[in-house]
Design a protein around this ligand. Structure first.
Ligand code: BES
Ligand code: ZN
Length: 845
């Protein structure tokens, strides 16, 4: 691979405005284009370099302002993705116009300018041409200075077939019938922005009426027939736009907002200014039939992308090492906006599970700092992971709670105003927050942003009114001898008061509020760290568990289980903590309570399994009796989410016959009576039925997956359930659907991911992936590969761990090197855990 710097463009010539015309041919899967780029030449030069890949540049010419024309000869370096235009003379300093004509392909890899397809109601395949530029694929759609710092104005024109809708970042300025079956659509110029935010979409899409959000028109577009699934997107879109305008104290920076649901989409959604693109499940939802979590997902994604309109689009990171700032901030704002929209969803509580997933990765030696050097496009792609989003979002929440919500907000507004229409770095954010809060933000945050990992804080009582806190890096397997420290903001809550400290040294003695009996360290789990209590402190906390808030209870079991995986706590002690929480009514807490059982499920022998199932049933029985199958009058909205968690665990992990029979009975009734099953239970019941491996259910779910009348969520849920069958005939059928294209490439990696997690078939699925590796790599979107592989980390098997590692060494995944390394290490952690506990397990079950 070339030197990192070789991938960067020189600053000699800078674009100011692109006048861009594109003419996609949907049937031929090609496009042609033409651009006039207004450039500023800072030093006289006879070459111009810009990015292009898989494009053919047909002609190039530089026109100086006095009319002098310099002909250009273009060569493209495929590795560096740089086009070099050699000019016929020397261009002088000053402004000029670069005129290029080019052509390219509408690819099927869901990147750059690509093709998405669907069947219309006559069963005819229709094509949409659409874009996904981030991180570095704008260069596949048009030659450009494809680095976030080269901000410019984009004036887009699309030439499309009559009858097709056309969208771009700006509003339609002009639409002219060209008479030859074509229409020319010109869009209003964008603000100054980065290339990765450019979008154009052409296809047989339909759009809703615009909702007027205090002067900003907001619309949703989708394929025909799905219009009835748009009202919720408009509702949350309007609510979030208002929320952010108010929070940032800056008007929405674009002219309009279109939100487009596309049948093929690599990610969840993309924040193109004014033209936000989504996968269908992230935007379209049937409010009557969807589960609460599916509606919440739409609220999350819409809010996340709208937050980017300010944080990301208006102010942009200088370079991809700063992507965490974009994504962590959008994640943080997403949760804030959704929490404001629907406080009863307790979104900050469920975010605890997401932060926990990031901690899981951050407990590995192969973790990385949140901010990390990035050279080439592949390294940029590797940055979109749990550490960027969830750890990043979580440390911002920690900082906000430490500084105060108001001080934090004021600093953010200052930061956005100062860097509007330009680029910024992490350090600029700290400057603004230091100014607004008068706190040492930089020295604290540097410890969280520039070093990987996180601490575990041990607490022991050293006197009646005193505890001693000690920080130490937490790792599942720690072979390193360095002793990093963090500046840890710690909220200490006791029965008599609250105390806040910033632990900067290895340890400190802290005076407690007078007369404290029990002590919670890490109040509301605001801090991104784990806690280890001395045994007497733990006893006090456990016997007052009803005094703790949801996230404090969540962390109690989550921290204990992590310590158990690291070999610092025994399995039986961890299970004791789980048992204390058996009466908990919070679904997030139960997510953590069940984690140990999901891992042990892979470990217990056939002989132990009945006892394992009994122990689990015993733990869940009280909740099952309390919650039953139906919504109860007056219960909170999250109760049915918990009901689904409990029924799901009983029906699958505990293989409870009673629950399985009842699931089948209710699902049968549900086929003719939609009221027979709570919407929050449908998905869970389907996975329970799948776990019974009965042909009748496979057929039923297959029909639901294939039916055009199913909602996007119903189709994906049915597909996920098909992935839960473990009998060979069914597994083969599902794998066949992946290979023959029945399953879209946007979904197939996640189907395989789930299949990789199954007991006992996961290891065979891995072998199948090895056999079909080249096909999968060629077809699946680049970003999905590491997520697919990560499914295998649910397995606890030494032979498999070795096999996976050997295979991935020989078959590197360049766009996700770190993530792959982390999956391999996680498998080693599982193997070490199994080895350590092999003599303990028989006594437990
Ligand atoms: N900017 C991202 C989309 C993206 C991710 C582009 C990776 C290029 C590489 C977008 O804002 C995003 O974060 N989308 C998330 C959904 C969000 C709700 C977390 C996604 O696509 O998963
Ligand atoms: Zn994002």
């Amino acid at each position: 691979m070339a030197e990192t710097d070789a991938y960067r463009l020189p600053r000699t010539v800078e674009p100011e405005r692109y006048e861009l015309t594109l003419k996609p041919d949907l049937d031929a899967a090609r496009f042609s284009g033409e651009e006039n780029v207004r450039v500023l030449i800072h030093d006289e030069t006879d070459v111009i370099k810009l990015n292009a890949v898989e494009l053919e540049i047909l002609s190039a010419e530089l026109i100086e302002d006095d009319g002098t024309k310099l002909a250009g000869t273009t060569t493209i370096d495929d590795e560096l993705q740089i086009a070099t235009i050699a000019l016929s003379g020397t261009a002088r300093r000053g402004a000029a116009t670069l005129h290029l004509t080019f052509s390219g392909i509408l690819n099927d890899k869901l990147a750059g300018f690509y093709r998405s397809t669907f069947k219309d109601d006559e069963g005819v395949e229709r094509v949409i041409a659409t874009t996904q530029m981030e991180a570095t694929d704008a260069r596949r759609a048009f030659p450009c200075w494809d680095e976030p710092e080269f901000k410019a104005v984009f004036g887009v024109t699309l030439i499309v077939d009559e009858g097709l809708a056309a969208f771009s970042n700006g509003a339609v300025q002009d639409s002219t019938d060209l008479g030859n079956g074509k229409r020319q659509v010109t869009f209003v110029d964008t603000m100054k922005m980065s290339t990765y935010l450019v979008a154009f979409v052409v296809g047989p899409l339909v759009e809703t009426e615009a909702v007027d959000v205090d002067g900003v028109p907001l619309k949703v577009a989708c394929v025909p027939g799905r219009e009835r699934l748009t009202p919720f997107a408009l509702e949350i879109g309007a609510a979030s736009l208002r929320y952010f305008t108010d929070y940032f104290k800056i008007p929405y920076p674009g002219g309009k907002v279109d939100m487009l649901a596309l049948p093929d989409f690599a990610f969840g959604a993309m924040e193109n200014l004014g033209c936000i693109t989504y996968r269908e499940t992230a935007l379209l939802v049937d409010h009557e039939r969807a589960s609460r979590l599916e509606v919440e997902r739409v609220a999350d994604v819409v809010s996340h992308e709208l937050a980017h309109m300010w944080f990301g689009d208006l102010v942009t990171m200088k370079w991809w090492n700063g992507i965490w700032l974009n994504e962590a901030f959008a994640t943080f704002m997403e949760i804030k906006a959704v929490d404001h929209f629907k406080p009863s969803w307790e979104r900050w509580v469920s975010f605890g599970l997401e932060a926990g997933m990031a901690m899981n990765i951050d407990s590995l030696s192969s973790t990385r700092p949140i901010e990390f050097p990035v050279g080439n496009p592949e390294e940029a792609r590797g940055m979109f992971d749990l550490l960027t989003y969830q750890k990043g979002g979580s440390v911002l929440r920690m900082l906000e709670q430490f500084l105060g919500e108001e001080e934090f907000q004021v600093g953010i507004t200052q930061y956005l105003n100062k860097h509007a229409y330009a680029n910024a770095e992490t350090t600029d954010l700290w400057d603004a927050l230091e100014a607004s809060s008068d706190q040492p933000v930089r020295s604290m945050m540097d410890t969280w942003i520039f070093q990987g990992g996180y601490p575990i804080v041990s607490a022991e009582r050293t006197g009646d009114n005193e505890i001693r806190l000690t920080q130490q890096r937490f790792r599942y397997i720690d072979n390193a001898s360095d002793k990093p420290l963090w500046h840890v903001p710690i909220g200490i809550r006791t029965d008599t008061g609250i105390k806040k400290v910033l632990l900067t040294d290895e340890s400190a003695t802290i005076a407690l509020p007078e007369g404290s009996t029990w002590v919670v360290v890490n109040q509301r789990s605001d801090g991104f760290f784990r806690v280890s209590y001395s045994s007497d402190m733990l006893k006090d906390v456990l016997s007052n568990v009803d005094q703790l808030d949801s996230l404090e209870r969540f962390s109690l079991i989550s921290d204990t289980w992590a310590a158990c995986v690291a070999g610092q706590v025994s399995i039986s002690d961890a299970l004791e903590v789980a048992k204390v929480l058996r009466n908990d009514d919070d679904p997030t807490v139960w997510g953590a309570v069940l984690a140990p059982f999901r891992m042990l499920d892979k470990l217990v022998s056939d002989a132990q399994r009945p006892a394992f199932r009994t122990a689990l049933t015993d733990l869940l029985q009280g909740q099952y009796e309390r919650l039953g199958w139906e919504k109860q009058a007056g219960e909170n909205e999250r109760a049915s989410t918990l009901r689904a968690v409990i029924i799901g665990a009983l029906g699958t992990l505990a293989e409870d016959d009673g629950v399985r029979t009842e699931a089948a009975r209710r699902y049968h009734a549900f086929q003719t009576d939609e009221k027979a099953l709570d919407t929050d239970l449908v998905d869970t019941v389907e996975s329970v039925l799948a776990s019974t491996n009965k042909a009748e259910f496979y057929e039923q779910l297959y029909a639901k997956f294939s039916a055009e009348t199913s909602t996007p969520q119903e189709q994906v849920n049915a597909l996920q359930s098909l992935a839960c069958f473990t009998d060979k005939a069914f597994v083969d059928r599902t794998l066949g659907m992946i290979l023959d294209g029945t399953v879209r490439t946007q979904d197939a990696p996640y189907t395989l991911r789930l299949m990789l997690t199954r007991r006992p078939t996961g290891p065979q699925i891995w072998e199948w992936c090895e056999t079909h590796w080249d096909t999968l790599m060629e077809r699946f979107p680049d970003n999905s590969i590491a997520r697919m592989i990560d499914g295998v980390t649910a397995q606890v098997d030494a032979v498999l761990a070795q096999r996976v590692e050997t295979f991935l060494k020989a078959h590197p995944v360049p766009q996700a090197e770190k993530m792959v390394e982390q999956s391999c290490e996680r498998l080693q952690v599982n193997v070490a855990f199994a080895e350590r506990n092999k003599d303990v397990l028989p006594a437990l079950f």
